[in-house]
Design a protein around this ligand. Structure first.
Ligand SMILES: [Zn+2]
Length: 334
């Protein structure tokens, strides 16, 4: 096998990205296994193209237990009409499809966290092959990228759309314009704990206008959070000049995550008692949660304190917490 063959993705799309009109198909990823010798993972994809114009790449299910994105994108794929679009829209409602079907953050096949797998490998695990296909084939087609996230089973977020502070200030400004257009209740200048291997970073390093969301969590969606996602994706496509339908812009509150003091992590395991809820104002030094030791009675709880003034924008979701878990995130109103 030569280098060219080694670099080529095994994923075969059943859609033609250059064809006019609307196509519903699959990214077919060969996956040989016990119950299907020549089987495949069939990742649903929709491509709409109407003449010349920018390309939007819309993704959900990067993590398999986050649902607002898949809801908004399965909905968009079957409701949008090609005449509503100028340019091209590529919709992948469940990027890490095996994880999505399993209802888990990572893939049940290889335990791969897609959003820590970029740039991926064409000859790697199933998750690495998905990352590689987006890196090599889909991101290069895109002008703007919207990747939906929520908190999954272990975190809960205020509903927000976000982009990152970037070295290229033109790219950053265009990203924040789209964040504002999304019209989530909150808009965030987002700081990542661990940006290596993220889809976000891959897209930004390619010069793409990249925006993301955190729209709730707990491993489910609500009527409100799903509605924010469905409205947001149409608003973003409209702002980008791709969607010609009616949009619904609403006021958003901007938040900043200036540095690592936004995050609090548990140092002991136990039973977490929230003392403030999402959206509540907090002061530096304020105790935002208690962790009750559960090995025996009579022990004092451990305090989790805010390190900055702001409001609570994310929190640990399950009732029990482990050492190292992110317990609270505070963002600053701007
Ligand atoms: Zn996620």
């Amino acid at each position: 096998m030569n280098d060219t063959q080694l670099r080529r993705s095994p994923i075969m799309p059943t859609v033609d990205f250059s064809a006019e009109g609307i196509q519903h198909g699959f990214l077919r990823l060969p996956y040989s296994r016990d119950d299907s010798a020549w089987g495949s993972v069939m990742i649903p994809i929709t491509v709409l193209k109407n003449g010349e114009g920018p390309t939007a790449l819309l993704t959900g299910g990067n993590h398999g237990d986050e649902y607002e994105g898949p809801i908004a994108l399965f909905d968009l794929a079957h409701t949008v009409r090609v005449q509503d679009v100028q340019g091209r829209v590529i919709i992948v409602p469940a990027m890490n499809y095996p994880a999505f079907l399993a209802g888990t953050r990572t893939s049940p096949i290889d335990k791969g966290n897609l959003n820590r797998s970029f740039p991926g490998r064409p000859d790697g695990t199933v998750t690495q092959k998905i990352a590689d296909y987006f890196q090599q084939e889909l991101l290069p087609l895109a002008d703007i990228v919207l990747d939906f996230h929520s908190g999954g089973k272990t975190l809960d977020f205020l509903p927000f759309c976000a982009a990152h502070v970037l070295l290229d200030k033109t790219q950053e400004a265009r990203s924040f314009e789209l964040v504002e257009a999304f019209s989530a209740p909150y808009s965030v200048k987002m700081l990542e704990i661990d940006a290596v291997g993220m889809y976000d970073t891959a897209a930004e390093e390619m010069g793409k206008i990249f925006i993301t969301t955190e729209l709730g969590g707990g491993g489910t969606a609500t009527a409100k959070s799903a509605g924010i996602a469905k409205r947001g994706v149409r608003n973003v496509l409209s702002k980008a000049g791709i969607f010609k339908g009616v949009v619904d812009l609403v006021q958003t509150q901007w938040l900043d995550m200036p540095d690592g003091d936004c995050f609090s992590f548990a140092e002991e395991a136990g039973l977490i008692e929230p003392l403030v809820d999402l959206g509540d104002a907090v002061r530096k030094g304020q105790v935002v949660a208690l962790i009750h030791p559960v090995g025996r009675t009579g022990e004092a709880p451990i305090r989790i304190s805010a390190k900055i003034d702001g409001l609570l924008c994310a929190r640990h979701f399950p009732g029990l917490i482990k050492a190292g878990d992110c317990s609270a995130v505070v963002a600053v109103t701007i």
